[in-house]
Design a protein around this ligand. Structure first.
Ligand code: ATP
Length: 576
């Protein structure tokens, strides 16, 4: 398929905010994608790979400005000025390429395949000459595109496509394109059989949650629904984890979940998904990133403790005090996640303990559809007793007193709280479920992304301060909910600090207006607050009263994982 056809669809999707319309435009394109179907699915989401593959293009705004100057003959200052006005280098590229292409004829028609190959080359190019090579690839691509194509090409290269092709939209488009009949969807994309539609959507979603790959999902859907039902977990590829809702007390949880209930310590660490395939151990974060290299100690413990030939475990890695062996809060080990050098030494300085709480796969069989009670039983037979690789502390009880005591004991031992889990429940990857209820002692914090900040003054000069916070609306668009300037430390050694957050945010500055800067979303933080108020000062319609930053959650949460407006509404209702 020609790249221009894909770009025309980008423009159509971009032109509407209605999810149903976006879905139809994508479905139309998928139907005519032919051999390029898989690549088109990735490119539609502004990626070159499926979601589980975290390889990035890593191209800076600066490099794009340089290429645009070269290709269009304009000065870098001129390009920077138009960038400041529009806030989008894609639009800048469109304007500059459009004026240029009036004189030049394209030498080559770009295909989707070719663009994808060149983008993959950019991602893989490393080493001393890499910037020159990347620059050459981008300028070659740009010399063969129209204005519209330049806009979407540059946005893709900067990994900022943002046309609203969220996962649910992609899933529905795949159903509309290839499984319309089975799902009771007619030729006008109207759902005529609601029950069939719900059933097929669940089947397709279940398949997606096992592979995290819209390319493979679409190719399989094109073969038929039966093939979709056959999709299984692949060892070595990460699966989205399951999450719970907040509850109130163990006694209430017993009422909600049908007695007896499984109660389990909720450790304040770092979620790890551990895959074992013969002797090979792979560790993923909840963002599906491969962190095996950063945790050689966990790899060693897993090899010693796991008795099964192959397995996928859901677990928490908790930081330990190297002298006393006591649990340390999450921040303690968070720095291990990005570590690239002196990994062995850091592992000794910041040791961890692994607590396994679920199992998804064992010895060539998926076990996620067994009941939790059965899975716990399988777990017990899968893990040897090991000092630093253990099962999560668990009881099954229907007794209120016993449940309350277990909770108190958890808090006394310094863990965050407990999880109450329904013993008949299956493991549902990628979903927040009502069958897991978390019970914590604290006021529930929210996760937000930073979209603006101000340069500090006086003793805080040189640091970004006063951060504008955003959550997601129903459509997944960002909307502001307040400003925060407290909670951060002044010195790096004391924890999450102003210097650290400044370092993270500075490369994401999009626009400057005096002291104020607009930030490209990419840094997620957890904030607590005294109260939620209705307010017209922020787009969400709510404001946080006395907010305070608790911790950096960027390693664990993408922009799509931050708190949404439904949750805020729920908190507001509970508070009222
Ligand atoms: P939180 O801020 O509490 O981590 P969250 O939105 O990240 O909230 P929740 O569903 O509220 O996710 O809490 C689940 C997290 O608790 C998991 O991601 C996991 O890292 C951790 N955890 C610790 N112990 C357990 C356990 N026994 N079972 C499930 N998750 C556990």
């Amino acid at each position: 398929m020609e790249y221009s056809v894909l770009c025309q669809t980008y423009a159509r999707i971009d032109s509407t905010s209605k999810r149903l319309e976006k879905t139809r435009f994508i479905a139309e394109l998928l139907k005519q994608s032919g051999e390029s179907l898989r690549l088109i699915c990735y490119l539609l989401q502004g990626r070159i790979h499926p979601a589980w593959n975290k390889e990035v293009l890593g191209i800076s705004h600066k490099l794009i400005i340089k290429v645009l100057a070269q290709v269009s003959g304009s000065s870098t200052q001129h390009i920077e000025r138009t960038w400041e006005q529009t806030g989008d280098l894609g639009i800048v590229a469109e304007q500059h390429i459009r004026s240029r292409t009036q004189e030049t004829l394209f030498s080559q028609t770009l295909t989707v395949q070719h663009v994808h190959t060149q983008l993959s080359r950019i991602a893989q190019t490393q080493g001393v000459k890499s910037t020159d090579i990347k620059l050459k690839i981008i300028s070659e691509l740009l010399s063969n595109v129209s204005g519209q194509e330049a806009k979407y090409l540059i946005r893709t290269i900067l990994e900022q496509l943002r046309i609203g092709t969220a996962d649910a939209t992609m899933r529905d488009a795949i159903i509309y394109a290839f499984l319309a009949q089975e799902a009771g969807v007619d030729a006008n994309y109207t759902i005529t059989e609601r029950e069939a539609y719900t059933r097929v959507t669940t089947q397709v979603q279940n398949a997606y949650d096992r592979i995290n790959d819209f390319g493979v999902l679409a190719e399989t859907a094109r073969k038929g629904l039966e093939e979709i039902k056959q999709i299984r977990i692949t060892l070595g590829k990460p699966i989205k984890i399951m999450l719970g809702y907040k509850g109130t007390t163990p006694t209430n949880a017993l009422k909600t979940l049908d007695k007896p209930v499984l109660f389990q310590y909720k450790y304040d660490g770092f979620r790890v998904e551990i895959h074992k395939q013969d002797d090979e151990i792979t560790i993923f974060t909840r963002r599906l990133e491969n962190v095996t290299e950063q945790f050689p100690d966990v790899v060693a413990y897993a090899r010693e403790a796991i008795t099964a030939r192959n397995v996928i475990l859901d677990a928490e890695a908790i930081g330990l005090d190297k002298h006393t062996g006591a649990y340390k809060p999450f921040q303690h080990i968070s720095q291990r996640i990005r570590r690239k050098h002196s990994i062995e030494e850091v592992a000794k300085e910041l040791p961890v303990e692994v607590r396994v709480f679920d199992i998804l796969y064992k010895d060539d069989e998926e076990v996620l559809e067994h009941s939790l009670e059965h899975r716990q039983h399988i777990l017990e037979q899968t893990i040897h007793n090991h000092k630093q690789f253990l099962l999560a502390h668990t009881i099954i009880t229907g007794d209120e007193k016993e449940a309350e005591e277990f909770y108190t004991q958890a808090l006394r031992e310094g863990v965050e709280g407990v999880f109450a889990k329904k013993i008949t429940s299956t493991y549902q990857p990628g979903t927040r479920v009502g069958t897991w209820i978390k019970l914590k002692d604290t006021h529930e914090p929210i996760d937000v992304t930073i979209v603006g900040a101000e340069w500090g003054e006086g003793k805080r000069s040189g640091w970004l301060t006063s951060f504008t916070l955003a959550i997601q609306d129903e459509e997944g668009n960002l909307c502001t909910i307040g400003k925060v300037g407290t909670g951060l430390k002044e010195k790096e050694e004391e924890g999450f600090s102003f210097p650290e957050i400044t370092r993270l945010l500075e490369p994401l500055i999009r626009e400057k207006k005096g002291k104020e800067v607009v930030i490209e979303p990419g840094v997620q933080v957890e904030v607590t607050y005294e109260e939620l108020q209705k307010s017209s000062a922020y787009d969400s319609g709510y404001a946080l009263r006395f907010p305070r930053i608790l911790r950096n959650r960027t390693e664990e949460k993408n922009v799509e994982d931050i708190t949404n407006i439904h949750y805020i509404e729920q908190i507001y209702r509970e508070q009222e």
